[in-house]
Design a protein around this ligand. Structure first.
Ligand code: GLN
Length: 549
């Protein structure tokens, strides 16, 4: 506590009310970016009240994408928004869940650290949450902490109590509460309804939290008299009732919030001079390219979680970034790989200019992915295979070109030619990581950033403009180098390996204009201001292809 008192960081807590999915993560990321555009140093954190230790074992169809940080944390996809908008690499210390909090509390209890006291939600759980919020802070001006879920959730209560206490401990001049709510429009009455917002704020007040600002999600502008009403009933300054209108692009959101006065009011709250406005030129440039592209290119993503596009959040964004770099709009055709199994590849892929098979788990839908890869290979359509997509591309070459019909991954069982097998040992920063067949599933994959060496003269070395890269991983299985020679004989070359040469990281086809498979997830590091080179090149190849069809 005394440690944090000596630091300058101010804390902004973002909560949500009325309903979920209001874009709290985007609001947090946008505010952070706009504060950066005023010259401040920011940090973003996510506190998730669910009981899982991390989202790693949750279905992508339930929770969306699992974002992976450089230091190997599996975290909520909001950390992806944070990184993309702020450019600040997220860390292990930026993401917490109730599962992790309880794990820490129980570890301490078993260790005897509580010296015989009865362990309670208040103060032990709340103190652990406070420690998380206040930990690992250096010279940040603002630390933004987003609380997952919606006010009123049982799981969220300890978090609200903890942030109330942090504001109490630090003083209100170092803390601010922002609440994101919904103003529904009732067409039959022709009215915007403020009641749900009022109730939501009342609920927060029950926990001892008086919000300082409201971000009201709304399909239209909020008339001033409605803002005045909300302000009066919610005990908030009128200029701190901010309209959060639906935007045509997420990259418009920081501009829209800033125009509504969000950052000016945040500065005022903290007594910071707000006369000089934020320089948002970089956001204006992005929005301008998105609104006025030179053309459109259609790219297929063949996966099995396409019913919930949140499962491919970073991927969709990275493709957009690749488009921005090429001044093109990327239109993604999301295809369920099982539809390809049913209808054939041509039925779904004959109108696309590039094909991407993303990461994935489990056997269902893999036949369709392999059919898509065959189509890309045979029709010379640009192809990018990511993680599982790379593993499937290797299996495709082994089955369809090398004639090894039962080539497969041991992820689906032991009865196969193990072209892709379980990684049981690898090097991490000089130490050995060991895994066994029946170990725990949670948090035990090869996670986070690892270096990779690229072959001289390869397409990827040209794309990256260097021979040594670092990319983020999340996988348990790995292409088996025993088959390297056979793959080579059939046109697939391993062009990227771990520095010790033991783990293949990238493959390319030499008989194809653009066919690359990567074991890592390049989409996690792509940003609108720094599009990932692989996506820039992939989209460029797609544009070239589109001119051929
Ligand atoms: N299921 C594969 C593995 O664990 C691929 C994982 C992924 O695509 N992220 O190796």
């Amino acid at each position: 506590m005394t440690d944090i008192l000596n630091k300058k960081a101010k804390f902004i807590f973002i909560t949500g009310g009325v309903v979920s999915s209001l874009g709290k993560g985007l609001a947090s990321a946008s505010l952070a970016s706009v504060l950066q555009c005023r010259g401040f140093k920011v940090r973003l954190r996510k506190l998730d009240p669910y009981l899982n230790v991390d989202p790693g074992t949750m279905s992508p169809l339930q929770h969306g994408e699992v974002y992976v940080t450089d230091d190997g944390t599996e975290a909520d996809l909001d950390l992806g928004h944070y990184e993309r908008f702020s450019g600040v690499p997220a860390k292990r210390t930026d993401s917490i869940t109730t599962g992790k909090i309880y794990q820490r509390v129980i570890d301490k209890e078993r260790h005897g650290d509580y010296l015989g006291t009865t362990i309670q939600v208040v103060p032990h759980v709340t103190n652990e949450i406070k420690d998380f919020i206040l930990s690992d802070i250096t010279d940040e001006d603002f630390v933004l902490c987003e609380i997952g879920g919606t006010v009123g959730d049982i799981e969220g209560q300890p978090y609200l109590e903890a942030i109330r206490q942090v504001a109490y401990d630090l003083g209100r001049e170092r803390a601010m509460f922002i609440h994101v709510t919904l103003l529904p429009y009732i067409p039959t009455a022709g009215e915007l309804k403020t009641k749900p917002t009022q109730h939501s704020v009342k609920k927060l007040q029950e926990y001892g939290i008086q919000p300082d600002m409201l971000l009201c999600r709304c399909c239209c502008d909020i008339p001033q008299n409605e803002k005045r009403k909300i302000a009066l009933f919610c005990n908030i300054r009128e200029e701190n009732v901010i309209t959060a209108r639906d935007a045509d692009s997420i990259y418009q959101v920081p501009i829209a919030y800033s125009e509504e006065g969000m950052d000016t009011q945040v500065c005022k709250h903290f007594g910071i001079n707000s006369d000089k406005p934020a320089d948002l030129s970089k956001w204006h440039h992005i929005v301008d390219v998105l609104r006025n592209p030179e053309g459109t290119v259609k790219i297929a993503v063949v996966g099995k979680y396409v019913q919930l596009l949140e499962a491919y959040k970073s991927l969709g964004e990275a493709l957009t970034h690749g488009g921005i770099a090429n001044k093109f709009k990327v239109k993604v055709k999301w295809i369920d790989s099982e539809d390809i199994e049913r209808d054939g590849a041509d039925a779904h892929l004959n109108d696309v200019s590039a094909i991407l098979v993303p990461g994935g788990f489990g056997q269902r839908g893999t036949t369709g992915k392999i059919m898509a890869i065959t189509y890309a290979r045979e029709h010379k359509v640009p192809f990018l295979g990511i993680c599982f997509g790379m593993q499937m591309a290797v299996i495709e070459t082994m089955r369809n070109l090398a004639g090894v019909k039962n080539a497969n991954t041991t992820e689906f069982g032991p009865d196969c030619e193990p072209v892709v097998g379980l990684m049981t040992e690898w090097d991490k920063d000089g130490a050995k990581e060991i895994r066994t067949k029946d170990g725990d599933l949670g948090g035990t994959m090869r996670l986070g950033a690892y270096p990779c060496c690229l072959s001289e003269g390869s397409l990827v070395a040209k794309i990256y403009g260097t021979n040594k890269i670092s990319e983020r991983h999340r996988h348990r299985y790995e292409v088996n180098l025993v088959y390297e020679k056979t793959l080579n004989d059939y046109g697939m070359v391993v062009v990227g390996k771990s520095p010790d040469g033991k783990l293949p990281e990238i493959v390319e086809r030499i008989d194809h204009p653009w066919f690359i498979g990567v074991q890592f997830h390049p989409e996690l590091k792509s940003k609108p201001f720094a599009p990932h080179p692989l996506f820039v090149s992939f989209v460029a190849a797609a544009i070239k292809q589109s001119r051929l069809i």
